[in-house]
Design a protein around this ligand. Sequence first.
Ligand SMILES: *Cc1c(COP(=O)(O)O)cnc(C)c1O
Length: 372
Amino acid sequence: MTPFRANMMDKVLNWIASHDDEPPYLLIDREVLQEKASIIGKGIKNSKVFYAVKANPDIDVLRFINSLNMGFEIASEGELAILEELKVPPHRIITSNPIKTFKFLKYAVQYGIDYFAFDSHAEVDKMAKYAPGKKVYVRLTVPNEGSEWPLSKKFGVELEEAVELLLYAKKKGLEPVGITFHVGSQCSNIYNWYTAIDKAKQVKEMAQKEGIEIKMLNIGGGYPIEYIKKVPDVETIESKIDAILQKNFPDTEIFIEPGRAVVGDAGIFVSKIIGKAKRGSENWLYIDVGVFNGLMESIGGIKYKYIVGSRGEESEWTIAGPSCDSFDVIDKGVVLPEPDVGSLILILSAGAYTISYASEFNGFSIPKTFLI
Ligand SMILES: *Cc1c(COP(=O)(O)O)cnc(C)c1O
């Protein structure tokens, strides 16, 4: 166990022992959050960090991140409303959603946000009307190989079209300033950033020939966290990326939009074991948080690490959530000592993309979040 995890575990166990809130709930450790925030971006010269709010939009989490002076990346009116409540100044907010709702776009402009992503002519037309004169950056498609949560299919354009879109934006009275991409979430493959930066460099050079100066490169999110597999750490990734940026984008302002890497490791889900059964040769464990009320990413392949209090004999378990839907299976083949029904199970690195996905399907309420 890494030192931060050992400290965090002590804190979490103390918190559980001294509170009588009913599970399931998510605990977020301030110190881990602060540590992650202090590391990310440090290795990249001339960079600004914008936390991707969708990873965890809990208001106390956002308030804390705001107190650390980080920026925010948002995509919707709901996310902006929370930031407005926290009085986050507009210059610390960007929006990288290439296809924005009308409602959000108008609100963002009224709030004073300056930076907007796009990847289509239709979006340029929309922004020319509702966000005239704003700074815009074009989203490229880049390889997402080796990312556990790929994001490449839905958005982005190839090189020539990117240049053409930047020109079109200029013609329509917007201010084309930059390029963005996303290598895919939970990306352990450093080559994805190399390829992406190389593509961005080609766009920069082509745009320059057409009279457009690229002043900003937004390298997106994607930094991985440690679930069950070792991943390259942020310092390593950033030192490698920075070397390439120094060569290809020496005078360009760099934006980074991490979500998972900021909050993921800071979160531990506290859940209760509500049942056990033997089905054929399989051992099933039923817990009170599942696919619908917090662990949605498990169906996309994210595998969590679990801790139970028992010291019994180890065997393999299929872990399922509390709902009556057969889709609600979180994991299979998890080796655990046999726990008692009614005891707790801790789910590690659960701070990102958990509560933000949760629904009240089947009447199970959305777990609370506590900042500890
Ligand atoms: C979701 C998202 C992020 C954050 O990605 P992580 O993998 O959580 O770091 C950043 N930028 C954009 C545009 C996103 O959609």
